[in-house]
Design a protein around this ligand. Structure first.
Ligand code: PLP
Length: 423
């Protein structure tokens, strides 16, 4: 047995993880087992993605069959493959606006595509001063260049030098967004990026009227509205792209994660006709010089098609909404704990337990400590800054939600030593 790993984990304190990895061996529906045979309830659905639950034989079979026919194939220039074509149709049919589909490998990749396309679109229609991209506090838009700049979690931006031309406004204030537009000059704003429910930054559902208000501001000023639905799509909020719940038609929607339930890496952007038009109008027109090796990867697209069929067939798409109150109700009593200031959720099957400022001051890593303790009690929750988040597979039931609450409660009970002794 090796005493130290060569695997550099994402977002990890490798100084400690180098000798203490926790290795997973298998998974089934909402359950994951480690290599020692311990079972855990995966209340994180991997990383907000295993919407149909682990171990679906239909996705396995679709992937194997596609591998036998055509495992990989470039989609550059005029090349295509049947699963990519079929998936693009399937997504376009389900989108809240008439749309074209640009494929990539994941969420960060999709954000990069959307940001570049927004700027390139304005340049193309002779408004090259529209370059400013607007993000929000607490937002997470992945780890690539634009996503890092747009995000609203300060520790994710430290030490990377100058970042792209973006500004950030408070996530819960329409007024601040309007003031920012006025300050910059609306003719300079290229696009606004919005997670319908902020996920990794702590599960913040939008205030009533906020998303409609931002959509209206964009409509009035011409700025593009880009919905980051990387977490919220494919049933997490009970609809295909999450944003349907607010009855708006964005200019672009970035998706990833739940499109394959994470079985294979895939992401992309739904692009409205308005944005596509200059590039699709006629032969010899402008080319969006962007795309990656795995754009339209046939095996990943085959996994997505099988996943979409399961979401539809098993009624899981709606479950994200049907269960939202039950999940919140199960966790709500935790708000009475002295280290908990708030339990957030109620829009989609996702929620967060917010730790008090005092607890975080006494032990800055309190969320990580809590998540590890909950794991010891058999529950995976996701630590993020000063809260722990849950987003179980859409197959999870209220009995599972009760187990999640028990696991977090157990974790909280272990904090007395960590938090109080750290005082
Ligand atoms: N956008 C949001 C809202 C996300 O939650 C994430 C990842 O968690 C991303 C973008 C980045 O996606 P990926 O990790 O697939 O690059």
């Amino acid at each position: 047995m090796r005493s130290e790993t060569s695997f550099w984990h994402p977002y990890a304190d490798m100084g400690s993880v180098r000798r203490s990895e926790h290795v997973m061996a298998r998974a089934e529906d909402v359950w994951v087992w480690d290599t020692d045979g311990n079972r855990y309830l995966d209340a994180t659905a991997g990383l907000w993605y295993v919407n149909v639950g682990h171990g679906r034989p239909e996705i396995r079979a679709a992937v194997a069959a596609q591998m036998e026919r055509l495992e990989a194939c470039s989609a550059f220039f005029d090349l295509a493959n049947p699963p990519a074509l079929e998936l693009a149709e399937a997504l376009a049919e389900r989108a809240p606006m008439p749309a074209k589909v640009f494929f990539g490998s994941g969420g960060s990749d999709g954000i990069e595509t959307a940001a570049k396309l927004a700027r390139r679109y304005w340049w193309e229609i002779d408004q090259p001063t529209r370059t400013v991209l607007v993000g929000r506090t607490a937002a997470y838009h992945g780890t690539h260049g634009f996503g890092t700049a747009l995000g609203g979690i300060p520790s994710n931006q430290e030490g990377f030098g100058p970042l792209n031309d973006t500004i950030r406004v408070r996530h819960d204030s329409l007024q601040e967004m309007e003031q920012a537009f006025a300050r910059i000059g609306p003719e300079r704003v290229a696009a606004v990026f919005i997670e319908p429910v902020i996920g990794a930054g702590g599960v913040y559902p939008p205030a009533p009227g906020y998303i409609e208000g931002v959509a209206d501001l964009c409509r009035r000023t011409g700025a593009l509205l880009i919905i980051d639905a990387v977490i919220c799509a494919f049933g997490r909020l009970g609809t295909w792209f999450g944003v349907e719940r607010w009855g708006i038609e964005p200019d672009m929607i970035v998706f990833a994660k739940g499109v394959t339930s994470g079985y294979l890496p895939l992401g992309g952007v739904m692009i409205s006709e308005r944005i596509a038009e200059p590039f699709w109008r006629e032969p010899g027109g402008p080319i969006f010089r962007h795309g990656s090796t795995y754009s339209g990867h046939p095996t990943c697209c085959a996994a997505a098609l099988a996943n979409i069929e399961i979401l539809e067939r098993d009624g899981l798409l709606e479950r994200g909404r049907e269960n939202e109150q039950a999940l919140l109700d199960a966790l709500a009593p935790l708000a009475a704990h002295e280290f908990v200031s708030e339990v957030r959720g109620g829009v989609g099957t996702m929620a967060a337990v917010q730790l008090t400022g005092e607890a975080c001051e006494r032990q800055p890593r309190v969320a990580a400590v809590l998540a590890l303790a909950a794991r010891a009690a058999g529950i995976f929750v996701r630590p993020g800054g000063t809260a722990v988040a849950v987003s179980p597979p859409l197959t999870a039931t209220p009995e599972h939600f009760a187990m999640i609450a028990d696991g977090i409660e157990y974790g909280l009970s272990t904090l007395y030593e960590d938090v109080l002794l750290a005082a």
